[in-house]
Design a protein around this ligand. Structure first.
Ligand SMILES: C[S@@+](CC[C@H](N)C(=O)[O-])C[C@H]1O[C@@H](n2cnc3c(N)ncnc32)[C@H](O)[C@@H]1O
Length: 285
């Protein structure tokens, strides 16, 4: 139930709200196995050493940050707004919730969370400072957003700089497929959630087979061209469409979430599986 709140109280709960915290992430250190044969992963359809992925993904989002919101509208013809509204509208947000929006980018989910729950505070975290900078600027311009209810933290989802058992809700929208080890992200989400806390992840998924030819034709022929025209960056948008195809399908991703200890794991498809929402609960004991 939504209740009115004393925003000032919420704002003063943490000294960090309204500020930016920065945690550097070293992709080479993160890979941790330099002496051995480098492990391989994918960057879109290209096989690369695991240690390279984080840097490459970083440069994709650093390049697109300023045009990111415009491109989202253009690529999805505005539908991403409906997906995000539905995703946030379906969350159970407790009173005075502490929420972590990981890979929060330019704040699309965080702003919706604040509007949905007048008592919540949101930590928006992302590995990419340029994306957070755009988000922070937006927060200052949006009239109904109180910047003091937001905290901006530059950090890697695979090694979160947050204390264990801290958050009531963990959200991540269109971010996890860009991570080198999605299972590490889920493990970290489990660690930082309080017992009973909720995980909710929105991500592109495996589309219904009947729709696949038309979806593929649109993704591979139109989206990179839009990237070229609107953001002068075809390669980044080529990566984005390829990365969707490399991400585990709905059942496989649900299995990963279950294996990391979450209970009550389920998912819901949107737009014939173009994307899906996965949810789980950290058991109380
Ligand atoms: C497609 S954007 C999504 C942004 C926002 N959540 C939204 O729905 O509009 C993906 C975001 O994931 C971030 N990201 C990629 N890898 C990450 C990682 N390892 N840790 C944290 N954020 C990451 C990128 O910097 C980018 O901002």
């Amino acid at each position: 139930m939504k209740r009115a709140t004393n925003l000032l109280n919420v704002a003063t709960k943490s000294r960090n709200f309204g500020k930016i915290r920065q945690f550097s992430s070293d992709p080479v250190k993160a890979s941790g196995n330099l002496a051995m044969e480098p492990k391989k992963t994918h960057f879109g359809f290209t096989d690369i050493d695991e240690s390279e992925k984080e840097k490459k993904v970083h440069s994709v989002f650093a390049n697109v940050a300023k045009k990111y919101d415009l491109m989202n509208d253009a690529m999805s013809m505005g539908v991403h707004r409906l997906w995000k509204d539905y995703y946030v509208g379906g969350l159970q947000i407790p009173y005075n919730a502490k929420i972590l929006d990981m890979a929060g980018g330019t704040g699309d989910i965080a702003f919706r969370l604040l509007r949905e729950s007048p008592t919540a505070t949101v930590t928006v975290s992302d590995i990419n400072q340029p994306m957070l900078d755009v988000g922070k600027e937006r927060a200052e311009k949006e009239r109904d957003i109180q910047p003091s209810r937001l905290e901006w933290v530059c950090a890697n989802a695979e090694e979160m700089p947050f204390e264990s058992n801290t958050y009531d809700l963990f959200t991540m929208s269109f971010g996890i497929r860009n991570c080198t080890h999605p299972e590490k992200v889920i493990r970290e989400a489990f660690r930082v959630l309080k017992p009973g806390g909720q995980l909710a992840i929105l991500e592109f998924s495996a589309v219904n087979a009947a729709l696949k030819p038309i979806y593929d034709a649109y993704s591979f022929n139109v989206i990179p061209v839009l990237g070229e025209i609107l953001a002068s960056d075809r390669a980044s948008y080529q990566y984005l469409v390829e990365s969707i195809r490399k991400f585990p399908n709905q059942d496989e991703f649900a299995r990963i979430i279950r294996e990391e200890g979450f209970g009550h794991v389920r998912y819901e498809n949107m737009t014939f599986g173009v994307c899906s929402i996965h949810k789980g609960t950290k058991p109380r004991k």
